[in-house]
Structure formats: C-alpha cells, structure tokens
Write a new protein. Structure first.
Length: 427
C-alpha cells in the first residue's frame, strides 16, 4: 500500500539559488526533489520498502511517499515515475486568474554541473543510473501549465494532471466556457476535449457525501450548481466572445482566424461538445451519487413554478410569444430529457414535472409534443430521448392529466394521434 506522510517543513531564511534549467516552455511551481531509494542494477531488488522523499516549492516542504518493492518494480520508464509523483502532489497548483482549474504536466530534470540541467523524457528507461540520481537527490521535478507549451509540443491527454481549489469555481459556467474557448483557440477542439475529460473524471470521482452535502439554508447541494451550469449554456456564444479580446476586430475572413489552432471560430461545434460534456456529467452524477431523500428535500423548498420553468426549458426550450414553434434554451441531443428522467428516478418532487403551467397552460407531454405534431418533419432522430420521456411521463400521469386541455383545446392524445397518423409516418 502507498502511504503519504507530511513532515513539518524547515523554513529557510532565504530562497535557494536557482540552478540552470533547459530551454523550452516556462516552468511553473518548481519542486526540489530528494528521494531515498537503494541503487539497483537495471531494476529494483529486495523486499524492503522504498521511500521517495520530495521537497516541495521554495519553502522546502517535505513529502514522503512509501512504496513497496512490488510498486517500485512498476516504475520502468520516466512516464511511470512522473505518474507516481503526480498521485502524491497534494498542495494546490498555481493557476491563472479567471481559470476554474489547472491542468499541468510534470517535467523531470537531472541537475548536474556537467549536464547543466538535462530533461528526462517519458520513454526513457529508469535504469541503475537514474535510481542512483534518485538516491543522491539530483533529480528535480517541475509542474508546467499546459498554456506554457506551444501547440505543437502539447503533451497527450494521458500525461496531464488535474488540480482544482473549490467546487464553486469548478462548476462556474462563465469560467468553464471561457476556459474551453481558450483551450480550443490554443490547441484545437480535440485538445480541449482531452482536457475536459479530466474535468469530468474529477467530478464523477467525488464522494456521495460531497455530492449530497447541504450548502445553504435552502438545502441546495452540488446538484443545484450543476443545473445552474446547464442553464449557462444558453449564453455560451456570448461568453466565448467575451473571452476573445480581439472579437470586436474580427470579420468573417479566414485570415482573421490565423491565431486559432483550427483556423476558424469554434462556434456550433464547441457548443455541441459543451452540451454533451456538461449534461452527460450531470446525468451520471445524478444516477451514481445523488441521494433520493436529498434530491427531494433540495427541490421541495424551491419555488415550484421556477423549478418547473427551468427544468422544462432544459428539456424542450420555452416558446417565444404566441408561437410554440420557436423554442430556445433546451439542452441539445435530447439530453434534457435524459436528465429529467434521472432526476425523477432519484426523487424529484412530482410538482416539478407533473401538472400544467405556462402561457399555454399545458403539461410537459403537451409541451414536448405540440411543436412536433405541428411540424413533424422537424423531428430529429438525435432527440430520441424526448420520445422516451413521453412514454416515461405517460406511464406516470393520471388519466385526468393525459386528458388535460391546453388553451388551444388540445390534449396529449390528440398530438400523439396527429403525429402518428400523418402520411409521413408511413416510413
């Protein structure tokens, strides 16, 4: 088993002199390393435990990592050594203002007078000489923020490490969407997606206690923050424009986007990705970690009309004016329907999804089906979850609710018949 032991640091009277480091991207958060481990001949031998002793930052704060002989044998390449160190870095990593989290890469440097600072590369073998350097304490590791690297030198997603300071910023829509835009601009959308996979993993790894902890007197939990994040997607385009200092000077010419890695404005493609990422994470968090009693309590004390409005908007959007055909604000790809079904299964109070409400005095079945019955060819197969939600609701509605008349006199059955009996449905 791995053990982590913090030892009280000895605070120096002055900052140590900085040795020369190799050229390349700027290095952040230098950590001076000194590791005690028996030297070996081409590998690790013996049954004794091994201790990696790390001195962190300018303060020299020591951190000891205990490894068994079997664990030490797994450190075959420099990449393995870096990942071992990354698992035990517990102190917060400095991040830029306006960013919700830090994504960094570990660099290992051998400090020696003869080499003047030689960087060890991921595929290098951890041989007897490197174990000797570990024993002598001549290796130094540094944490480099991903924005320190030019796009062509960005490390793969598997070698990145993730750090955050508080959950409030980790779910802030303005910070997250702005950061996604900057990542996309710097390294392309594929790079942005690999970074945000770490964000998803970090949130899904939270304990049930963290997810269900009450944050205020209204009974709100992390789930309420997630819903606020999803509502913020409606402003994604405006938030991306605000994150680009040159947006006001750009015009729709290709050469005005040369500073973007993909050579174009991210636009709809990045918004599709954000909808999938934020909504899918929330749905999985509800399914895996949400406590039904806490879900019920956190929504029961909220304004039921406000909750119903917010949730229905995520499913289908809200109509503009007197027309049901123009809706906006829904999660894409039917993800709002998936989310609502997950919430209902986890104890969402009935008053938040049943009953009638809104300018057309309709229930959620009518809210989904009326626009589709009017223009059936607008049906998108990617919205299949909405069809599943309709069946899900019909199984739970009373006969009175199924026969409820909206202001246009129509009931849910009428919309279903109109949709299914149309000539186009023969296909």
């Amino acid at each position: 088993a791995k053990h982590l032991q913090d030892v009280a640091p000895e605070v120096p009277n002055h900052l140590p002199a900085q040795p020369q480091v190799p050229s390349g991207p700027p290095l952040a958060e230098p950590l001076f390393s000194h590791r005690k481990m028996p030297p070996v001949d081409g590998g690790v031998h013996g049954a004794e435990n091994h201790i990696l002793k790390v001195l962190g930052g300018f303060s020299g704060e020591p951190l000891r990592v205990h490894l068994t002989s079997q664990e030490a044998k797994k450190i075959v390449r420099i990449r393995d050594l870096k990942r071992c160190l990354a698992r035990h870095v517990t102190r917060p990593v400095t991040r830029s203002d306006g960013t919700p989290f830090s994504v960094y890469w570990i660099r290992l440097i051998h400090m020696d007078v003869s080499t003047a600072g030689m960087e060890l590369h991921d595929e290098d073998t951890v041989d007897a000489e490197i174990w000797k350097w570990l024993e002598q304490g001549s290796l130094r590791y540094m944490l480099a923020d991903v924005f320190c690297f030019p796009p062509e030198e960005l490390p793969s997603g598997d070698d990145l490490n993730f750090s955050f300071q508080n959950l409030e910023e980790l779910l802030d829509p303005k910070l997250l969407i702005g950061y996604a835009f900057k990542l996309c601009k710097h390294g392309g959308q594929a790079w942005c997606e690999s970074v945000f996979s770490l964000w998803t993993s970090a949130l899904l790894s939270l304990s049930s206690n963290q997810v269900n902890a009450v944050e205020n007197i209204l009974g709100h939990t992390l789930l309420n923050r997630c819903l606020s994040l999803l509502q913020g997607l409606d402003e994604a385009e405006d938030l991306m424009r605000a994150a680009d200092p040159e947006f006001a000077n750009r015009i729709q010419w290709a050469d005005w986007y040369e500073d973007f890695y993909d050579k174009h404005w991210p636009g709809e493609t990045i918004q599709d990705f954000l909808h999938k990422t934020f909504a899918s994470m929330t749905i999985e968090l509800v399914r895996r970690k949400a406590d039904p009693h806490r879900v019920e309590e956190s929504f029961r004390h909220m304004n039921k009309h406000r909750v119903k409005s917010d949730l229905w908007k995520l499913v289908q959007g809200h109509p503009y004016g007197c027309s049901r055909l123009r809706n906006d604000g829904a999660l894409r790809f039917g993800l709002g329907a998936d989310l609502l079904m997950a919430l209902i299964d986890k104890g969402l109070p009935r008053c938040c999804w049943a009953g009638h409400w809104g300018p057309f005095n309709d229930n959620l079945l009518q809210h989904i089906m009326a626009p589709l019955a009017a223009v059936p060819f607008d049906w998108n197969p990617e919205d299949g979850a909405k069809a599943e939600l309709c069946i899900f609701l019909a199984e739970r509605f009373s006969l009175e609710e199924l026969c409820h008349q909206a202001t246009d006199g129509q009931i849910a059955f009428s919309h279903a018949e109109e949709f299914c009996c149309g000539a186009w449905a023969a296909n």
